[in-house]
Design a binder for this molecule. Structure first.
Ligand code: GCU
Length: 709
């Protein structure tokens, strides 16, 4: 654990606060050197001597890091054509013998590639993999591997909005912009140690950008004062290859805080020079302060956020207007597709595609298809609702052939136990990325590559620009994420963003070795706990595809009987509980969401006998007596799932207890305390849900599943 409140000197005219110490790393290769010195020192328990080796012989056992430009030795030992295969951000790690010396070369085409290679090498060492015959060649499959950090709201790494208390050091946002009280004097441009801890963690995973504010954006982030603070943060993150982005509000130009440069509503025409000019000027101001600024993320016409539809235009008009304003500056616009205007369709899950699909299909004056500009990414959540523990894939994946699509995954556990429940989401990301869309080409022929991961990495439909986004779980807790095991989700997201074909079990193994222990028994035990934890959460929260059953607001506890003030926020809208059965009919006899998928999935999901059971109630209103694969009735299976989910948590708690001798006292106790809360709250989900469903089914709880309290 780092002292995350320590202050670093940012500019020379900034007074050094007490406790400030290390200077900031200035270059990417400097960061690589620091990581090696620190990492090797820590892992080997002895200081690491540094040397300049160009010219002379390379000492036996040396580790050489660099690019052909920074190190002639790299140029001499690694063939240019080999390096060419790994691209801008990739790396090679090679064991080399020359004369009597054997040494390791970590090489990239860029300094950032070399830094990523350094982290990869340290990971091999830390997970006790053999390092004597290395021949590693790695490059990322997806170009922009980003975090969105929703500061101030839904920040489960810091706040516990569920009001059930918190452990020490767990409250608050990761970035201090306007620090008051005890934190006064520690706001940006002061660089806190935790920003660097974060930067190193993100770079070690290959994450190359972060949008730092909430999608429900506050215009303050675009004011001159804030831009100066953001520039200081960007400077600190730059050596680690992490670029900054901002979420913006569509109508920001009318905010009086920008006076005299403010517009009236009448000037917000997306095709007008006023609107585009305003965004261009603001982006230019940001770029002057932050030369490598990535671009803007926009949540428009969603959950009360303003957007082009308020002015008689559609999402294409709005996205393209801002995109045109920032394109000359080389910036992108991430336009979110999380929209669910009730006028579009009765079924919330159908609404986004109905709005965005036609714009993607539209024939343009030059005969091409698709209206969205080249520097627009449509940023789409993995599923059509809202980050539920398990959802079917969003029907838009594969359907937006003519538009850049970014996949948005949630790392912060908004609906998956917040920072109380141990839920390893690697298997969830893997399930999503490896789901077959059955996408076809224009002639109806199945594409060869058509998993969600292929759509996102551009290989399915030949998109050159690709992005994946994780809604982050960073806060000012000492461990950055609140729950020690929540770090595993950030780790898994980063690894899968780099290479979505990875196996989430292997990722769990690496993480466990790096975080807890290399002891075989400990690794096996913790990995086993992790690997079943998400499925267990699905089982005691929302088994068999029953969507969103959360009490209003907090998104932690259940309330299946709730009418949350509006239909499509209400558990009863999703469960449709009645004496016949449970679940939302989205088959051809119902809303027919199924028809938004490619034919193969359409048939599979649309039929109660072929839909995967874990998605059953997303697509069907299931009769209580329906026969399940297990031979049980639907009712019996449902109760069984709730019970199994809770039993798994009990097993995790007991299993963790048995690890006490192998885990340091502090972390052992912290995880133990959380598992106790987890078990009680999981049981609450089971009991609240089953007792409520029972009122409709009129059936008894199967004896096997006693005792339900
Ligand atoms: C969820 C979440 C909101 C968030 C929204 C979004 O509904 O609860 O806090 O703003 O998703 O993705 O825009």
């Amino acid at each position: 654990n780092a002292d995350t409140t320590k202050v670093h000197r940012h500019t020379t005219d900034l007074a050094m606060a007490p406790g400030s110490s290390e200077k900031l790393v200035e270059t990417t290769l400097g960061a690589a050197r620091d990581e090696l010195v620190r990492g090797l020192g820590g892992l080997l328990g002895q200081p690491t001597p540094e040397a300049t080796v160009d010219g002379g012989t390379v000492p036996d056992g040396a580790i050489v890091v660099g690019t052909p430009a920074s190190s002639p030795l790299v140029g001499r030992t690694i063939a240019t054509r080999d390096l060419a295969t790994v691209g801008d951000e990739g790396y090679l790690v090679r064991s080399v013998s020359k004369g009597r010396s054997r040494f390791t070369v970590i090489a990239g085409n860029t300094d950032l590639g070399a830094l990523y290679g350094t982290f990869a090498f340290l990971r091999l060492l830390q997970t006790q993999k053999p390092i004597d015959h290395l021949r590693v060649a790695e490059s990322p499959k997806i170009k922009h591997r980003l975090l969105n950090n929703w500061e101030t709201e839904r920040l489960y790494a810091g706040n516990n909005p569920s009001g059930i208390g918190g452990l020490n050091g767990e409250s608050g946002a990761i970035f201090n912009f306007a620090a008051t009280g005890a934190s006064a004097g520690r706001n940006l441009p002061v660089i806190l140690d935790r920003y660097l801890v974060m930067a190193r963690a993100l770079a070690s995973l290959g994450i190359n950008g972060i949008t730092i504010n909430n999608v429900n954006a506050d215009n303050a982030y675009l004011t001159s004062a804030r831009i100066a603070q953001e520039a200081a943060l960007a400077d600190a993150l730059r050596p680690y290859g992490i670029r900054l982005g901002l979420s913006i509000r569509y109508t920001a130009p009318t905010d009086s805080r920008f006076a005299p440069d403010t517009l009236t509503n009448a000037q917000l025409d997306p095709y007008g020079a006023d609107f585009r000019g305003w965004w261009h000027r603001r982006a230019q101001q940001i770029q002057t302060a932050i030369p490598d600024f990535m671009g803007l993320t926009v949540k428009a016409n969603s959950e009360g956020q303003p957007g082009p539809q308020d002015f008689g235009y559609d999402h294409g008009d709005g996205a393209n207007a801002i995109a045109a304003a920032v394109a000359p500056l080389g910036m992108t616009v991430h336009w979110r597709t999380f929209v669910y205007n009730a006028e579009v369709d009765n079924d919330r899950l159908k609404r986004a595609y109905l709005e965005f699909g036609p714009i993607d299909d539209e024939v343009q004056p030059d005969g091409s298809r698709g209206r969205f500009a080249d520097n627009v990414f449509l940023q789409t959540k993995n599923g059509p609702l809202d980050f539920q523990a398990r959802e079917p894939i969003h029907p838009m994946f594969g359907r937006m052939e003519n538009t850049n699509q970014a996949l948005e995954l949630q790392i912060t556990q908004e609906y998956t136990g917040q920072n109380w429940m141990l839920a390893y989401l690697g298997p969830m990301y893997e399930e999503i990325l490896k789901t077959d869309t059955y996408a076809t080409d224009a002639n109806g022929k199945l594409l060869k590559k058509r998993l969600v991961g292929n759509i996102v990495d551009g290989t399915a439909q030949h998109h050159p620009d690709t992005a994946i986004v994780g809604v982050a779980n960073l806060g000012n807790a000492d461990n950055l994420t609140g729950h020690h095991f929540a770090q595993a989700n950030l780790f898994a997201f980063g690894r899968q963003a780099w290479d979505w074909t990875l196996d989430s079990t292997d990722i769990a193994t690496d993480w466990t070795r790096m975080t807890w222990s290399n002891d075989r028994r400990v690794v096996d035990t913790i990995r086993t706990m992790m690997m079943g934890s998400w499925e267990s959460l699905v089982s005691y929260q929302t088994p068999l595809g029953i969507g969103h059953q959360f009490a209003e607001g907090v998104h932690y506890r259940p309330d299946p009987a709730d009418w949350a003030g509006r239909d499509d926020w209400s558990p009863i809208y999703y469960n449709k509980a009645d004496s016949v059965g449970l679940g939302f009919d989205r088959s051809p006899t119902g809303s027919n969401l199924a028809a938004q998928y490619f034919p193969r999935l359409q048939q599979r999901y649309g039929n109660i006998n072929s839909v995967p059971e874990n998605l059953l109630m997303w697509f069907h209103h299931v009769p209580w007596g329906h026969r399940m694969d297990s031979g049980r009735t639907f009712w019996d299976e449902l109760v069984y799932r709730y019970q199994m989910g809770v039993q798994y948590v009990t097993w995790m708690r007991e299993t963790w207890d048995a690890l006490q001798p192998d885990i340091d006292a502090r972390r052992f106790a912290e995880v133990r305390a959380k598992l106790a809360v987890h078990e009680a709250d999981a049981a609450d989900w089971r009991d609240t849900s089953v007792n409520y469903w029972k009122e409709f089914s009129g059936r008894d709880i199967p004896v096997d599943d006693a005792p339900l309290s």
